[in-house]
Structure formats: structure tokens, C-alpha cells
Design a protein around this ligand. Structure first.
Ligand code: ADP
Ligand code: MG
Length: 723
């Protein structure tokens, strides 16, 4: 039989308006594309089945072949290990009868015949199409691991070899592949090649919507797919990602660095919050308000008021407005007519509400903004914050020198809360934006802007979703090797409700995909606000390391025990120190009431932080130890905060010692300041630590989680910069 080419197989199915390829067709396509699949031929009669079995050699497998039957075993359509012509003949009849009974309407092509493959480790390789992100590869272990534990890995296609390797290695069940309890290890290289082959198919044949190789068998030498199912797309291929418009970026430049701003429709009922937020703005501020009753209040703020945007004798770069939703189309049209750079709509009640009028109004805004290339921020948002020039979106926000952390938030509350919390965490903001419904500009547009912004060295995000997933992914990939991006995703627990006919599709939940995609793109996914702050804090204050060996210093016994647990649980290691370190420690360490294996239980030795010579010596030993990559000290704040308060010079000399060490050391140095009893006092202590360049964490677990995430990012960064 001549080998048909994959396109011909796809065309045959399409000409019959079929989306599901049979196992025989799927395997023929895969073989033609050069992938390792078990030889499989169609028999449309009993005799033909016997003939094929004799040709292949015994034993063989028979399976029902029908474009209408998805799960063959479920209807009694699979017979394994058939060793004789008689067994094949009987199996043929039994399978055809079972299929006719189970699905009388189904088109039955006959039965497929294939050699019985020798036993191996069952794995699943799959391809599915995510509506947000496009072609997505899956790899998992077969059987219980995938059904019950959902131990699977995802990556967007096309895969790099690193991606393929990473997918296999991140499985919890990896030991089952690398030789568990004396079993031979399987050929991981062959599995990688199979994954890369499927990824190549996704690129070459965009008609393929889903593909399952379930199972493939992995051997010590090679691997083989014994089942295959391909589903074709019913619609056209997804559109290519839209490029980011240069005009938008220029408009955003005006929005983030305006020379003149206007607030439209601010009012007493809102305590003039938008106008009052601009009282430290270094450019010009104008008000537009037609309601006579509001004018005295505006005048009292010293802001000139006009009755229309057109009357303002200045070019307006940025407009803030909270007018009722019915009025917004007119305001946006006005902004467009007056060549405003951008406008933020605090107004809510659009697509997020879900009523027809809201949706329609939002559509009108989009049309006007897009036609005029006006940067429309929101609606349902708080707009932008640039502390350096005093441009604020909330009256209590600090202004001053430019920081180096950019923030992009889908929620107004989270964006403002982040901006307020940042200073206490040693995080200084360069620019922040709350963008709400993203009717026109989406997370990608703001990310693109902050990626190019020189002040911004690190980026934090709060997202609930992105509209053009592929565009976001590609952009993240470009940004993350240079600037870390930390993403907190809301709505993680939302259940995935997508109809898919493949196993891969059903396992590809929104949460699993999001985490995989973000990580593949080199960003740092975090699950909550605290971790977002902690990770940005650590990125800004500590030296980088790619190693996972942590040296721990605690004051007393109990904390020494649990700090170790916290770091081990976060996936880091607390190793034994080198002999040199132990020798030196033995020469001065007080072992009565302490110990120095790692963690160093050292309260006696360092006088709870007061014997700064011993403290410096101890830290230097960890710094020199080749087994240690990062150093963490629990300051015992719960016990010593009272002394710090009574004798501030104690704290000063501790800070001097630690700060000198952190500067000198090439390894990251973290401190834990757990506020057990003096929460309020410790706030200012923390700020002193930060000012001294020392990152602080409220708990062991938070320090451990942040260090693990940042170390993972540093590894990505190191591999991304390899040639
Ligand atoms: P289903 O449509 O039910 O998924 P499969 O083709 O996967 O049917 O067959 C069911 C099971 O039979 C597989 O999980 C595998 O364990 C075994 N199997 C199928 N084909 C072969 C083969 N050629 N060699 C060995 N085992 C096979
Ligand atoms: Mg199967």
C-alpha cells in the first residue's frame, strides 16, 4: 500500500464533513509525518483480518474502526493479545456485533489490525486548542496518574527542546520513567522527540484541533503510540496575533507623562476625588463641568473650570472621568475630536454588568476610540499613577522620586491597594495602571509600554484574564529575560467548562493552562497578594542565585526546627555544611543551648544579635560555604523587639552588621521579622531593614516561598541568556 500524505487524509475526512479521524486514519497521518506509531491496517472482513494478522505476526490486537466511536474499549471494541487465526476471526465478529449493539447508527468501517506491542510504561501525549492561547501540548503518565492525580504538564506549541524536556521532568511521577524500584529507565530522549514531533504537526497542519496518543508506550529504547485520535477543526485556524500599534504606545506615553490633564464631571458627591488627587500634579489641571452647583466647590480647589473640552486653551494629554454611562459616548467623541492622548473611564456599568445597554454602550466607545486611535483606559477602572510627576488616581498615594516597579491591574482596588502597600514593602512604584474592562487597551498594551519604560525594572500584575492570549504570551516571552514579571491571577478556582472530545482537552483546565503558559513565558505566577509583594520585594533587594541550598540562622530551638521545614516544603534544600565550615564553627560556637548543623541555632553564640562580631563571623562562614546559595536569618523579633525599642543602638548596630554583610556577600540574604507581639513597632523596624537594603518577611513560609519562586525565575533567566 502506498503511503498517503497527511493532507490527503485530512481532505478525505473534510470532504465527508467529518471532524473525527478514525484510529487507522490518525495513525496513517502520524506515520506519514514520521512519528513512531504501531503499524495499523483496516480489515473490512473476517478473512482480511486474519490475512493481516498473519502478515504482521502474532499476537495481534483488533479494534473497532468507526468515525463515530470515540472510546473504543467502552463499547467492547478492543481485543488484545490474539494468538491464532481462530481467535482473530472470533474477535472480528464479536467486535462488530458489540459495536452494532452499542451504537446502531454508527458507520462501521471494519476492524483495525495491529501487532500487540510489548509492555512498556504507558504515557499520554496530547494536543488541544485553547480558545485563549491556541495549540497546547500535554504530557502525562497513563492510567491512575492521569485519571486520578491529574499529573500532567502543558506547554504552548511550538515547543523548544527545553520545553519538551521540562514537560517530562516536571511530572510528580517522573520516578516511574527514570527507573523506579529496579525497573529500567525509559528512553526520555525518544519521548522528547515524540513531543517535538506532535508540536511540529500542530504547526504544519493547523487543521488539527485535538490529538491524543493515549497511550504511547515508553521503552528503555524508543517509544511507540498504540492508540491515536485526531479531531479536525470545524472552523478556520485562529487569527494570527494582532501587532501592538505604535500609535497606542505613543498615546500611552502622553497618558503616563501628561503636561496637562482634564477631569470631566467631578462632583461634590464624590468629594471631588479626581480633582483632589491631582493636587500634587506638576503639570496643568483643568476641570470640565456644566453643572452650576458644582462650580463653587471646584473653584475652592483652585482648578479652572470650562464648560467644554474644546474651550480649554491647552492641549490635553489625559482625561479622567466618572460621568454616568449614558454620557460616556459623547465624552469619548469629544476627547477624540480634541485630540486628547488618552482617557480613563472610572464609570462602570458596561460589559461587566452583562445587560444589553451596557454592552452596546461599550461597543460604541470601542468604535470611537479605535477610529481615532484614542488610548481608552477602562471603563470600570482607576487609570494611571505616576508618582514622580504627582499624577495620582487616589488621594492618599505617595508622590516623589520615581521607583522601579511597574504595576498593571485589572482591578482598581487591587491596583490602589498595591500602590498603598508597596512603600511598606520596600517597593517603589515607577508607574501603575488599573485598566478594568479592557474594552480597547488590554494587559498586553500596558505590558508593552512598561517593557520599554526605562524606569521600570520589574513588573507586577493582577489579572483576571487576557483577551488575546497568544499576543500576551509572545510579549511576556520577550520581556521576562530582561525584566521579571510577577502575575497574580484572580478567578483561579473557576471551573473549566469546555466541551471537548479528547482526553487532553478535558484535562486542560483554565488553571492548569494559565500556570503552564505563564511559567513557559518566564513570568512568575503567584497565588495571592502577599506573595506578589514578597516576590517583588525580594527581586528588588536581594542578590540573584540559581542554586537551591539555603543556610539558615535562627536564635532558638523551636524556630530552627520549623524554619527548616518551611524551606524544604517550598522545594529548596537545607544541606549539611562543608567540613571547613564545621571546623571553623566549632572553634567559637556555643553548643550548649544551640547547634550548628544547619540551621545554626545560634542565639547564645551571637547574643541574640548583640554580639555582632560573632554574628558577622557566622554569616561569613555561610557566605564562603560552597554548599550554600542563599542565607536566611530569623532575627527572633518576637523576643528581642522590646530590647530594640528600649535601646535603639542595639538595633542600629545589628542593622550595620547585617547591611555590611548583605552588601559584601555575593549570595542573597533574607531576614524574617515575625511580628508576634509588637506589630506596630515592627512596622518601622521593617522599614529600617529595607532602607539598609535588607529584605524582610513576616513568616518563614513567606520567605521560603518567595525565595523558591525567585530562584526558579533566575534559573529561567540564566537559561534564556545561554546562546
Ligand atoms: P480506546 O479507544 O478505548 O482508548 P485503545 O486503542 O487505547 O482504545 O486501547 C485500549 C488499551 O489497550 C490501551 O490503553 C492499551 O493499554 C491497549 N492497547 C491498545 N492497542 C495496543 C497495541 N497495539 N499493543 C498493545 N496494547 C494495546
Ligand atoms: Mg486509548
Amino acid at each position: 500500500m502506498t503511503q498517503p500524505d497527511p493532507t490527503a487524509i485530512i481532505h478525505t475526512a473534510q470532504s465527508q464533513s467529518r471532524h473525527l479521524l478514525t484510529e487507522v486514519e490518525s495513525k496513517a497521518l502520524l506515520r506519514a509525518a514520521g512519528l513512531d506509531v504501531v503499524r495499523t491496517e483496516l480489515a473490512s472482513s473476517r478473512d482480511q483480518a486474519v490475512g493481516l494478522a498473519e502478515e504482521f505476526g502474532w499476537p495481534v490486537v483488533l479494534k473497532i474502526c468507526s468515525p463515530d466511536i470515540v472510546h473504543k474499549s467502552d463499547i467492547g471494541g478492543v481485543r488484545l493479545n490474539l494468538g491464532s487465526a481462530e481467535a482473530v476471526g472470533q474477535a472480528y465478529d464479536a467486535i462488530m456485533n458489540a459495536a452494532r449493539t452499542a451504537q446502531p447508527e454508527a458507520r462501521l468501517d471494519g476492524v483495525s489490525v495491529q501487532p500487540m506491542a510489548k509492555p512498556g510504561v504507558e504515557v499520554i501525549i496530547g494536543l488541544t486548542t485553547d480558545p485563549q492561547f491556541g495549540s497546547l501540548l500535554m504530557f502525562g503518565l497513563g492510567g491512575v496518574a492521569v485519571e486520578v492525580l491529574q499529573d500532567v504538564a502543558f506547554r504552548l506549541a511550538p515547543l523548544t527542546s527545553d520545553d519538551a524536556r521540562g514537560m517530562i521532568r516536571e511530572l510528580r511521577g517522573l520516578p516511574l520513567l527514570t527507573g523506579h524500584r529496579g525497573q529500567a529507565a525509559v528512553d526520555l530522549n525518544a519521548l522528547e522527540q515524540l513531543l517535538l514531533g506532535v508540536s511540529g504537526l500542530a504547526t504544519s497542519y493547523p487543521q488539527i484541533q485535538e490529538l491524543d496518543l493515549n497511550p504511547s508506550l515508553a521503552y528503555a529504547d524508543g517509544c511507540l503510540a498504540v492508540d491515536a485520535r485526531i479531531v479536525l477543526r470545524s472552523d478556520g485556524p485562529p487569527p494570527a496575533p494582532r501587532p501592538l500599534s505604535e500609535h497606542t504606545q505613543a498615546a500611552l506615553e502622553r497618558v503616563f507623562h501628561p503636561k496637562a490633564v482634564a477631569v470631566i464631571g467631578d462632583k461634590k458627591a464624590m468629594n471631588y476625588m479626581w480633582l483632589r488627587s491631582q493636587n500634587r500634579f506638576q503639570g496643568k489641571v483643568y476641570s470640565v463641568q456644566i453643572d452650576e452647583r458644582e462650580l463653587p466647590g471646584i473653584e475652592a480647589l483652585g482648578v479652572p473650570n470650562y464648560t467644554s473640552l474644546a474651550d480649554i486653551p491647552d492641549e490635553i494629554d489625559y482625561v479622567m472621568t466618572a460621568v454616568p454611562r449614558q454620557v460616556t459616548p459623547r465624552i469619548i467623541a469629544d476627547c477624540a475630536a480634541n485630540k486628547v492622548g488618552g482617557v480613563m473611564l472610572f464609570t462602570s456599568g458596561f460589559s461587566e454588568v452583562g445587560d444589553a445597554e451596557g454592552k452596546q454602550l461599550e461597543q460604541r466607545l470601542v468604535e470611537t476610540a479605535e477610529a481615532s486611535e484614542l488610548a481608552l483606559i477602562g471603563p470600570n477602572c482607576m487609570g494611571v499613577y505616576n508618582p514622580q510627576i504627582g499624577l495620582r488616581n487616589y488621594t492618599e498615594l505617595p508622590t516623589g522620586e520615581a521607583g522601579d516597579v511597574g504595576f498593571i491591574g485589572q482591578s482598581g482596588t487591587h491596583t490602589i491597594t498595591f500602590s498603598l502597600a508597596a512603600p511598606q514593602h520596600g517597593i517603589r512604584i515607577s508607574k501603575a495602571v488599573s485598566f478594568g474592562n479592557a474594552a480597547v487597551l488590554d494587559a498586553s498594551d500596558y505590558l508593552n509600554y512598561l517593557a520599554a519604560d526605562e524606569q521600570t525594572r520589574r513588573i507586577g500584575m493582577y489579572l483576571e484574564g487576557v483577551r488575546e492570549g497568544r499576543r500576551f504570551f509572545s510579549l511576556l516571552r520577550e520581556v521576562t529575560p530582561h525584566k521579571p514579571v510577577v502575575i497574580w491571577k484572580g478567578g483561579q478556582s473557576e471551573a473549566g467548562q469546555r466541551a471537548t472530545s479528547s482526553h487532553t482537552g478535558s484535562l486542560a483546565t483554565p488553571v492548569a493552562i494559565w500556570d503552564a503558559v505563564v511559567t513557559q513565558a518566564g513570568a512568575i505566577p503567584v497565588a495571592d497578594f502577599d506573595t506578589l509583594l514578597d516576590v517583588l520585594h525580594l527581586l528588588g533587594l536581594a542578590k540573584p542565585t540559581t542554586g537551591d541550598g539555603v543556610g539558615l540562622v535562627a536564635m532558638t530551638g523551636g524556630p530552627s526546627v520549623v524554619i527548616t521545614d518551611a524551606f524544604e516544603q517550598a522545594g529548596l534544600r537545607v544541606p549539611e555544611l562543608s567540613q571547613d565550615s564545621y571546623q571553623e564553627l566549632a572553634s567559637f560556637f556555643t553548643v550548649i543551648g544551640g547547634s550548628f548543623r544547619n540551621p545554626l541555632d545560634s542565639g547564645y553564640t551571637i547574643g541574640m544579635g548583640q554580639s555582632t562580631d560573632n554574628l558577622a563571623r557566622l554569616l561569613s562562614i555561610l557566605e564562603r560555604d560552597p554548599r550554600i546559595d542563599a542565607i536566611v536569618m530569623d532575627t527572633g523579633a518576637g523576643l528581642v523587639a522590646g530590647q530594640w525599642q528600649a535601646r535603639p543602638q542595639l538595633l542600629d548596630s545589628l542593622l550595620d552588621t547585617l547591611s555590611a554583610f548583605a552588601t559584601r556577600s555575593a549570595k542573597p540574604f533574607l531576614t524574617v521579622l515575625q511580628p508576634f507581639n509588637r506589630e506596630a513597632e515592627l512596622l518601622s523596624v521593617r522599614e529600617q531593614f529595607h532602607a539598609a537594603g535588607l529584605p524582610t518577611f513576616a513568616t518563614h513560609a513567606r520567605a521560603a516561598r518567595a525565595l523558591a519562586l525567585v530562584t526558579g525565575y533566575r534559573r529561567f533567566q540564566a537559561s534564556a541568556s545561554e546562546p
